[in-house]
Design a protein around this ligand. Structure first.
Ligand SMILES: [Zn+2]
Length: 78
């Protein structure tokens, strides 16, 4: 029931991911990789998500994305 509700809202649970891809250089830079430099793709729906190697987790929620953006902005201004 909960899973079904989840699917209805988000469409995909993103439970299968590709191996994390680290972006090198400035050539191809998908939006998802811009956050941490690494991203994974959902094998079910094809969406790309930032991936944190240090924490070994996929960043899928808006609130987490905002936290990482804030941390990056802090690093750049420090
Ligand atoms: Zn998905």
């Amino acid at each position: 029931m909960v899973a079904r509700l989840f699917d209805a809202i988000f469409g995909c649970r993103h439970s299968h991911y590709s191996f994390p891809v680290t972006i090198r250089g400035r050539g191809r830079r998908p939006q998802a990789g811009a956050l941490t430099g690494t991203y994974v793709a959902c094998l079910d729906c094809g969406r790309e998500f930032p991936y944190d190697w240090q924490e070994m987790k996929v960043i899928t929620s808006q609130s987490e994305t905002r936290q990482y953006r804030a941390a990056l902005a802090h690093k750049q201004t420090a």
